[in-house]
Ligand binder design. Sequence first.
Ligand code: FAD
Length: 106
Amino acid sequence: PPDVEQLGRATWTFLHTMAAYYPEVPSYEQQNSMKSFLSSFSKFYPCESCAEHFRDEMKNKPPKVESRWALGRWLCQMHNLVNESLGKDIFNCDKIDERWKDGPPD
Ligand code: FAD
């Protein structure tokens, strides 16, 4: 079976980076594609218990795909739910662009 920690780090890197470069004003089609992507992702993520939790959380908090800002926030909150359940630090969602797009201010 895959290394759940390494898989997790790689996957969050991908997901947060994807959200950071999502269009500021996505078209209707882009919004639908992102919804489909996340739904499919939650079915095939190769850590079954992780995927199941993620699907449950997505039922309570459906993905926000109407803007780059909304998607980034939503994903940050989803990641924080996982962080909380694993006893990890909660990430400040005001810092997602700094972490995943722009880098630290100089
Ligand atoms: P990670 O949590 O992998 O985070 C990587 C980096 O992202 C951090 O160093 C930080 O810079 C940044 N970051 C942290 N929090 C946020 C945030 N909220 N928003 C933006 N950036 C942030 N593991 C389990 O044991 N059980 C599970 O049920 C489980 N479910 C998962 C579900 C999904 C969808 C994914 C992608 C992973 C899941 N994992 C699960 C793996 C787990 O979340 C971690 O990836 C893994 O434990 C490694 O943790 P880490 O401390 O290296 O940092």
